[in-house]
Design a binder for this molecule. Structure first.
Ligand code: ADP
Ligand code: MG
Length: 207
């Protein structure tokens, strides 16, 4: 199960980032420096290239290796931040989660690592405005966890539009950051959907 799940996670994540790289770049052109699409594509392409090696590892170590790959290949702020996310997930996951409690503990550690690395919290117009609501949605989901996670990701992303950025490059714009979606929140929402699709459908089927 774990190698197939890992393969599906990598395939889906790399594919959605590649398909949306231009959109991520455009969002970052509006409130940042316009490199988010390229940064994310470079990082997830590198993970995809190392997929055989990554998938041969136990689940947690595989996530940590994917995280280190991001740190090593992505120059922007998002590399260390997503790297921290994956390394936190991997550190907390001895094996692929089998219960909601296990999943919550793993995701909580990943999100905590991003917060620690970014010295950031909810409401600052960053990827955390997707990741924190998704964690909360998984924790409180009643029934379909993937549906709850997707909905929380979409709502969290939409909420970044009216926020004023107080972290990252967008914070340099102050009030002028208001009115735009945050690029990192968009990439996080894409990745949440990719993870849900991989868990539900593996590498193939409808995204
Ligand atoms: P850079 O800002 O170095 O150009 P990217 O464009 O790849 O890097 O990534 C920008 C995204 O990183 C932002 O849209 C935001 O979501 C996220 N980000 C930046 N700083 C922080 C932080 N301190 N905490 C959480 N997320 C952050
Ligand atoms: Mg940027």
């Amino acid at each position: 199960m774990a190698p197939d799940l890992l393969r599906a996670l990598i395939d889906r994540a790399a594919a959605t980032i590649a398909a949306h790289a231009e959109e991520l770049t455009e969002l970052d052109q509006a409130i940042g420096d316009g490199d988010h699409g390229l940064n994310m594509k470079r990082g997830f392409d590198a993970i995809a290239q190392n997929a055989d090696e990554i998938c041969a590892l136990p689940f947690g170590q595989a996530l940590q290796k994917a995280g280190m790959t991001l740190v090593m290949t992505v120059g922007g702020a998002s590399g260390p931040l997503y790297g921290s996310l994956l390394m936190g997930l991997g550190k907390a996951a001895a094996k692929a989660p089998e219960t909601v409690e296990e999943l919550v503990a793993i995701v909580a550690e990943g999100v905590a690592m991003v917060q620690k690395r970014g010295k950031s919290e909810a409401g600052e117009k960053t990827m955390l405005d997707v990741l924190i609501p998704v964690l909360e949605a998984i924790r409180t989901a009643d029934g379909d966890i993937a549906a709850a996670a997707r909905a929380a990701a979409d709502a969290g992303l939409a909420a970044t539009r009216d926020m004023r950025a107080t972290k990252g490059r967008a914070s340099f714009l102050g009030e002028r950051s208001i009115g735009h979606l945050d690029p990192g929140a968009r990439s996080s929402a894409l990745l949440v959907h990719a993870v849900c699709d991989a868990v539900e459908n593996g590498s193939g089927g409808e995204a």
